[in-house]
Every structure is written in C-alpha cells, then in structure tokens.
Design a protein around this ligand. Structure first.
Ligand code: F0G
Length: 460
C-alpha cells in the first residue's frame, strides 16, 4: 500500500521552541542585518535552511551513547567504537578522527598538494578548493555535460566527466595529479548524485594511471538512495552495501560527519595506505590531537558511530529524500525554477530565472534570500555572484555562472508541516515577484564576502 503523505519515521521526544515573528518585525530585523541573513541572530529565524551541516537532530540512542562515553586521552573505548564504525563502513584500515571535514581536507590535501600539483574532481566544494589552493596546488572541476543541461532529467548529474578526466590526466602527467576527488553527492553542483557506474569508471581510470582516488563522502548515504532507486542493477543491494561498494573503489575518504553521520560536529580521514596514514597522523597530532581522539571528544565519537548506522536505515533515507523532493517538486509545479531533478539535501532555486528584471550586478539570489526571510522567516543562502563574483580591473562585476539560492534541509529537524509552510511562503514570493528589487553592496570584506557583506535595497 502506498500513501501520499510523507511521515517522519520518528517520534519527537524533546522540542526546541521557535518564536513566530511577523513580517513587519522581520522587515526591521533584515534592515538591522544589512539585508544579509548571515548577520541575523538565529532566534529571529523561523525555518533555518542555511545549511544541512551540523544542524541534525540527534536520536535518543545517540544521546544515550554520549552519556556512556569514555573521555580518556589515549585508547578510549569510544575511540574503539568510532574506529570500528568507520572501518566497517569504509573498509579502510586507517582512520583519523578530525574536528570537521575541512580539517581532514587540510591534512590530506596539504600533504598531497603543493606547487605544480593538480586535483581533479566532479566539483570541488569551497573548503576543498581552498585547502588545495592554499597548499599551492590547483583544483580543476570536470562535471559531466548533463550537469549544466537544465532541460535534462538525467538522474546522475553529479557524475564526473570520465573522458575529460582521462584526457586531463594524460595532459598534466599522472605524476602531477595528486588525487582525483569524487564529491558524493555533488554539493556545489546542485546536490546531485554520482552513479556507481561513474565511480567504477573513475576508479579504473585512476588506477590505470596510478592516481589516487579520494571520496568526499559527507552525503554518501543520500547518494546510495539514488543509486538503489535510479541505477539499473543496483536495486538488490542495501543502502549500506552500495556505500561500501563505493568506498571499495577508492584509496581514501574524507568526511564531514556534520552531514550524513547525523552529528553536530565531527569528521574523519580514512586511508588504505600505511605510509600515507603515518604521514597524515603526524599532521593530525600537530593540530588536531592524539591519534585516538583527533579533534573529537569521546562523546562526539560515540554519537558519530551511532549516526553512521542510523543514517542507512531505509525508513529514514526514504523519508529524507522524499521530503526534500516534495519541497522541490511542489515549488517547481508552482513555477519556481529549480535545479532538476531534486538532489538529496537541498533544493536549489535559479534566482536569475525567477527575477529576470533584476540584473546580476543587483544580485537576484540575494534578493530572493531576503524575500524568503521577510515574507516567511526562512533563512537560506545565495550561491551566485555574492558568493563567487569577482571584480575586473575597472571594478566591474564578473558574475558567477549561475545565480542560485540553496535551501538546505537539516536532518530530522523539521516536519512535513514546516515544509508545507515553506511551500506557502513561495506562493507569496511569486505574488511579490514583480515588486522585488535588487540590492547593492555597501560594504564588503576582502575574502568570503557573502558571510559579512552589507547590502542596501535599490531604490530604497
Ligand atoms: N565537503 C563537502 C561536499 C561539504 O559540503 C562540506 C561542507 C565540506 C566538505 C566541509 O566540511 O564544514 O565539516 O568542514 N559543507 C557545508 C555546507 C558547510 O553548508 O554545505 P566541514
């Protein structure tokens, strides 16, 4: 029997109140925050879709495990539980705990990188690229052709272009390619999944040329859902078996556990090679901590070990993916342009298509971010020219490729009625579409301006 209504496969045992504000109040809050929702206090936000990272609700089993944690400096039993959980999932013999994903990235890419080295990926996430470039190496994105074909409903738009990958390896010389990174799911590419066939082909190419393959696996459980349901021949495997098979193709993995390990803080680096593990362990000890805790406390490692099991539960994954798709499909039916098909953790709106009357140098994405907050108290993030735009020598904006807005959905936090509310807010966004104005930047810092820039409304 099939039902239309998606239900949360959990009961709520502990609640955190959210204060319901009015549109008039929010207009004031937005002005005080210089039209940049990053500068809003979170208690002024009704539905927080800024990120799915570190915002999960933990289960009673995770909290119980935390109480049972061992905080010993060395050889803690919490470390053993964590190590066993990561090892049995990834199959990698060496596991290094880090305080979050970017710490694992800094250790691995800092060690493998350096001037003259290249990293190739389906799409490097910002912190991945930043760590690679900081080491002096270069990061090249090789997304598949379908990734930018908005008319296509190709189920695996997160794939890497394997033909381009092999060409690049030959052109650059295999010894100069420090690693190939498959980001699963492809966050910066719209949260789109990567197929098993694509991961297999990538692994074959890497190993033929003696190049290391790394999985950035922070949303690998969500990716497994897509593989099981959209890739022929995969339906007989469990979600966990699919993830294990993908890890089996790789030489190393970095994980921000703040996503699919269902914890608020944590990460790890897992590698097969003992020599690489030894080198990375030295770097771990210098900045993160001793090998049996890295950047984590015992209770973090306990929560992570349980989270890595829970995330593969079929009822959870089904609800998670269906609920994200429900939001994306409903607003798409209403005429909101979204990246399609809908990915696992977020819905991406194409703000430049929604607001054709707002030129890119007036930041249509930021305009939508502000409208969603003003009309409904929803906080989300612009992924467009505010985040990635640069200036030319004359101070003219070189815009980003797309003006997107990401609605990233925290795991196990909001119910279907929250999602229905968000859909209603989009109706109001459409009603106000013609009157929505662009913004100008009135102050910005030299780096990562989207976090702190100040804006003013045009014509206001
Ligand atoms: N890799 C990917 C694919 C990510 O999405 C993130 C973080 C990281 C690495 C870095 O992990 O934050 O634990 O250091 N993504 C967050 C987001 C910030 O909102 O998408 P971290």
């Amino acid at each position: 029997m099939e039902f239309k209504t998606i239900i949360e496969p959990f009961r709520i045992k502990s609640v955190e109140p959210i204060r319901v504000s009015t549109a008039a109040e929010r207009t004031g809050y937005l002005k005080d925050a210089f039209f940049n929702p990053f500068l809003l206090r979170s208690d002024k936000v009704l539905i927080d879709f800024l990120t799915d990272s570190g915002t999960s609700a933990m289960s009673s089993r995770q909290w119980a495990a935390m109480m049972d944690a061992d905080e010993s400096y060395a050889g803690a039993r919490s470390w053993e539980r964590f190590d066993a959980a990561v090892h049995s999932l990834t199959g990698m013999p060496h596991v290094l705990p880090t305080h979050q994903g970017r710490a694992a990235e800094r250790i691995l890419y800092g060690y493998l990188g350096g001037a003259g080295k290249y990293f190739l990926s389906n799409t490097h996430f910002d912190t991945t690229r930043a760590n690679i470039e900081f080491s002096g190496a270069s990061a090249i994105d090789l997304p598949c052709a379908e990734a930018t074909d908005y008319a296509s409903d190709h189920p695996f738009k997160g794939n890497i272009d394997t033909a381009a990958l092999e060409t690049q390896i030959k052109k650059l010389g295999a010894k100069n390619v420090a690693a190939v990174i498959l980001t699963i799911t492809n966050n910066s590419g719209g949260g789109q999944p990567v197929s098993m066939a694509n991961a297999k082909k990538t692994s074959e190419i890497c190993h033929k040329h003696g190049v290391m393959l790394v999985l950035d696996c922070c949303r690998i459980a969500e990716n497994s859902w897509f593989v099981k349901h959209k890739e022929p021949g995969m339906e007989h495997l469990s979600y966990r078996e699919i993830a294990q098979a993908m890890f089996g193709l790789a030489d190393a993995a970095v994980m921000s556990a703040k996503k699919d390990a269902l914890v608020n803080m944590g990460g790890f680096l897992a590698v097969r090679d003992k020599k690489l593990s030894d080198a990375c362990t030295n770097l771990l000890i210098i900045t993160e901590g001793f090998v049996t805790y890295g950047g984590l406390s015992g209770r973090d490692m306990e929560a992570l070990a349980v989270g890595l099991e829970e995330v593969f539960e079929p009822d959870y994954l089904q609800y998670r993916i269906k609920s994200t798709a429900y939001l994306g499909e409903r607003i798409r039916e209403m005429g909101v342009p979204v990246i399609y098909p809908i990915g696992g953790h977020a819905v991406y709106v194409e703000a430049h298509v929604l607001y054709p009357h707002i030129p890119v140098d007036q930041y249509p994405g930021q305009a939508l971010v502000c409208e969603l907050y003003r009309l409904g108290g929803i906080r989300c993030v612009e992924v467009g020219s505010v985040m990635f735009g640069k200036y030319d020598e004359d101070g003219k904006l070189i815009p980003a490729a797309k003006e997107l807005v990401r609605l990233a959905i925290p795991r196990r936090v909001y119910t279907q009625s929250h999602i229905d509310y968000v859909i209603e807010v989009f109706e109001k966004v459409l009603d106000h579409k013609e009157q929505t104005r662009g913004l100008k930047i009135i102050w910005e810092p030299p780096f990562l301006r989207h976090f702190t820039a100040h804006f003013a409304q045009n014509g206001g």
